[in-house]
Ligand binder design. Structure first.
Ligand code: AHR
Length: 332
């Protein structure tokens, strides 16, 4: 697509700085026309995905690929296989190829300033999807679309507080964290801890990363079960780790959902099935279907239009009964 011309837009009054929402606005002073990724009239989007660690991620990739195709956007998709260095080199490649817009879901929160500055210097707008970065300079990206992971952790904590309301016995909780240093792992832990801190009976007795993967969830839960005989609750930062943990719990002769209450995040089909079957007790939804909204933002960013600094995903929670109702029409 023909590169947006920030300077022209600003001169014509289309891009009024006063109405721009926070970090999403403006060209950061770059201005100018840096050329386009191709000559076929299509917008070229370079997208760097985390990997394929979970059912959520698979659904997210599908949503992005399908939405790009139906929006007529030329998608250059790169799978980082869980490694930040792969994402950084993918972004550098996108810059070299002069794509129109770059979007990525950062594996971890820190260490992005240099490459984001390179994209800004090349006048290529960047949109964060799903996960945040900790950059202080918010002019390095135009928008961030995704969930509020702290709120997700709080919802998990709220459910647990209610579950043990009026009871005085100690509640031993084990936690399966997501990828170390990732926004969802940090924030889901934070939100959950904030809530359970209000009940002195509740204690996280073990907490370890399972890297958002089913196999790791299983092995870490096996070690939890060996070292800690009296586990009351498992809080897993995603369904996949929870599902792996269920295998470990069953292999240890215990009944998931009954002997050990389980809370997870995501609400992918496999998780919802386990919830409906009584093996999980509560799921906090995290929607992977970011593709359609992302493509709208990409089109606007390419055209030099204002875009919101933050696009928050709408999400709910599921009890076992609600999962039974929702399952037949669940898309992912
Ligand atoms: O960033 C979103 C998280 O990443 C999902 O909750 C998890 O399943 C995925 O791997």
């Amino acid at each position: 697509m023909v590169r947006r011309n920030w300077t022209a837009a600003a001169l014509s009054g289309v891009l009024a700085v006063s109405v721009l929402a926070g970090c999403g606005g403006g060209d950061g002073g770059n201005g100018g026309d840096s050329g386009s990724g191709n000559d076929d009239g299509k917008i070229t989007l370079g997208f760097s995905q985390v990997g394929a660690e979970s059912g959520w991620r698979t659904a997210n990739t599908k949503s992005i690929q399908e939405s790009a195709a139906s929006a007529g956007i030329d998608l250059k998709f790169s799978d980082a296989q869980g490694k930040q260095e792969n994402q950084i080199s993918a972004i550098r490649n996108f810059i070299t190829q002069k794509v129109d817009v770059i979007a990525f879901s950062p594996v971890v929160t820190s260490g992005w300033d240099a490459v984001l500055q390179e994209a800004k210097d090349a006048d290529i707008p960047v949109i964060l999807t799903d996960r945040a970065v900790d950059s202080q300079d918010t002019s390095l990206f135009k928008s961030f679309i995704g969930s509020d992971f702290v709120v997700e952790g709080q919802k998990a904590g709220d459910w647990l507080l209610k579950e043990y309301e009026g009871k005085s016995e100690p509640v031993n909780i084990v936690e399966l964290q997501g990828t170390t240093g990732s926004a969802p792992a940090l924030d889901r832990q934070k939100g959950f801890q904030e809530k359970i801190a209000t009940n002195p009976n509740m204690k996280i007795v073990k907490s370890q990363t399972g890297d958002f993967k089913r196999a790791d969830g299983k092995t870490v839960m096996e070690t939890f079960l060996q070292s800690t005989p009296d586990i009351d609750v498992l809080y897993a930062h995603n369904d996949d780790m929870g599902l792996g943990a269920i295998e470990a719990i069953e292999a240890a002769g215990k009944k998931p959902g009954t002997d050990i209450k389980i809370i997870t995040v995501d609400a992918v089909k496999d998780g919802m099935t386990a919830l409906a079957d009584g093996k999980i007790n509560f799921i906090v939804e995290c929607s992977p279907l970011l593709g359609p909204q992302l493509m709208e933002l990409v089109k606007k960013a390419d055209a030099g239009e204002e875009i919101p600094a933050r696009v928050l995903t709408e999400e709910t929670t599921f009890t076992q009964e609600q999962a039974k109702e929702a399952l037949p029409t669940r898309q992912y």
